[in-house]
Design a protein around this ligand. Structure first.
Ligand SMILES: Nc1ncnc2c1ncn2[C@@H]1O[C@H](COP(=O)(O)OP(=O)(O)O)[C@@H](O)[C@H]1O
Ligand SMILES: [Mg+2]
Length: 406
């Protein structure tokens, strides 16, 4: 066989996966099983928009990573857009913003403005000017904007509180406003509410739509549906589906993790020239996929928060305890900062970092039991083992600290 034949063969080798796009995170499946109640709630609260009726103006969707929050809101957006087109209405807009990617209120407003009018320049405006432009566009169109702010906890400590305040007031502050902004906030849980001032919380006054984590059998159902959509028939065994669902259930019922494992296991099967995806391919995939929460969350943390997390995981590993106190965490952070040649931040700052890491769901904190000092909290790490986390952090810290010393 010559090289061209080898290339031909490589191309011709059938993959177990027929359509890889449908396994990507961006893909919105036709059907979202086990989420009927949540979809009905969205239609119930906001469906009236289609007939010019505004009832509820806000809602909060909560649930752990991979519980379908983003998917249900996008599905609702798809439905709303299709319906309003069908009714010949042009005054209903749906915009979905991911706050982890957009990072700042400015970026969020810029993205909204540019979705409303793609001609708006990406430079040269201040945040309040952008908000004004958004309101002007909506007023001129007399539209209702359904604005989804996904992963809202990522901007709470970066000006998100003020942003939410401003967004809840646009039509209230205007005499005879012709536009409306409906806000749908998505978060892991409702903890972020405690950072909002009381007037924002009360004007939010929002019903909560919970997305509980998926059970093992629900994960199996989701996997089977997706396998039918994207795999060659008969290539994924029952045991394989069981194993993936089992792993993903233990990872907090995370459907994203399940689908990721499925894709990678499929690729391993292809690589080995196997026409069947076996449990062994899943085990291999598992060893190579980190939990999505951790990876996403660590990516965006600044160096001192990484150091604090490193300090916490190191201490937890060393003491083999389930919890450490905030005092111990701070001490361990100071040592970590010294280890990497950086000057530790002050106590109040460290306290803020702890709260932020908790809001992002990376650490858990609990009030200490009786006998401890008043303000002490206990810290634990739930989503990853301390050892895994430490190993994940070391290379990141090394890269960062080298760039700091330059
Ligand atoms: N009920 C469901 N049916 C089918 N796929 C789902 C379902 N829930 C989640 N998924 C899939 O799992 C992944 C994670 O879902 P996502 O909506 O992003 O979760 P979250 O926003 O809660 O983290 C996506 O790829 C999505 O397509
Ligand atoms: Mg999401």
């Amino acid at each position: 066989m010559d090289s061209l034949d080898i290339l031909d063969e490589a191309l011709g080798r059938p993959s177990v996966i027929v359509d890889e796009n449908k396994l990507s995170i961006e893909y919105l499946p036709r059907h979202l099983p086990f989420r009927d109640d949540q979809l009905k709630a969205l239609a119930g609260y906001f469906g009236g928009i289609l007939y010019g009726q505004i009832g509820t103006k806000r809602a909060i969707i909560t649930g752990p990573v991979g519980s379908g929050k983003t998917s249900i809101s996008k599905k609702f957006g798809q439905w709303l857009t299709q319906k309003s087109k069908g009714l010949g209405k042009e005054d209903v807009r749906y915009i979905h913003i991911n706050c982890r990617r957009s990072k700042t209120p400015f970026m969020i407003l810029l993205n909204i403005a540019r979705e409303l009018n793609s001609k708006i320049a990406s430079r040269g405006y201040a945040a309040d000017e952008l908000l004004e432009m958004i309101v002007e566009i909506l007023e001129a169109e007399q539209s209702t904007l359904v604005l989804v702010l996904d992963e809202i906890e990522y901007i709470i400590h970066k000006g998100g509180v003020e942003l939410l305040y401003a967004l809840t007031r646009t039509s209230d502050d205007r005499h005879n406003a012709k536009h409306q902004i409906i806000l749908i906030l998505i978060a892991r849980n409702s903890h972020f509410l405690k950072y909002l001032d009381s007037s924002t919380t009360s004007s939010l006054g929002a019903p909560i739509i919970p997305c509980p984590s998926y059970s093992k059998s629900q994960l199996e159902g989701i996997l089977k549906n997706r396998i039918d959509e994207c795999f060659r028939p008969g290539t994924v065994t029952k045991e394989t589906v069981h194993l993936i669902a089992d792993i993903a259930e233990k990872r907090g019922g995370d459907a994203r993790h399940a689908l990721e494992l499925l894709l990678i296991a499929g690729k391993y099967a292809d690589q080995e020239g196997s026409t069947i995806v076996y449990p062994e391919h899943v085990r291999k995939a598992k060893a190579n996929v980190d939990p999505s929460l951790l990876r996403d969350a660590l990516q965006d943390l600044a160096v001192h928060k990484l150091l604090l997390l490193y300090g916490i995981s190191k201490k937890l590993r060393q003491t083999k305890a389930a919890y450490i106190t905030t005092g111990e965490a701070e001490q361990s952070y100071i040592l970590a900062a010294e280890e990497y040649g950086l000057k530790p931040r002050k106590h109040t700052q460290v306290w803020e970092y702890i709260q932020e890491l908790e809001l992002l769901g990376i650490i858990n904190t609990e009030k200490s039991g009786i006998g401890q000092r008043g303000n002490t909290k206990q810290i634990s790490i739930q989503d990853a083992s301390a050892y895994e986390l430490e190993q994940e952090l070391i290379p990141r810290l090394e890269t960062i600290s080298i760039s700091f010393r330059k």
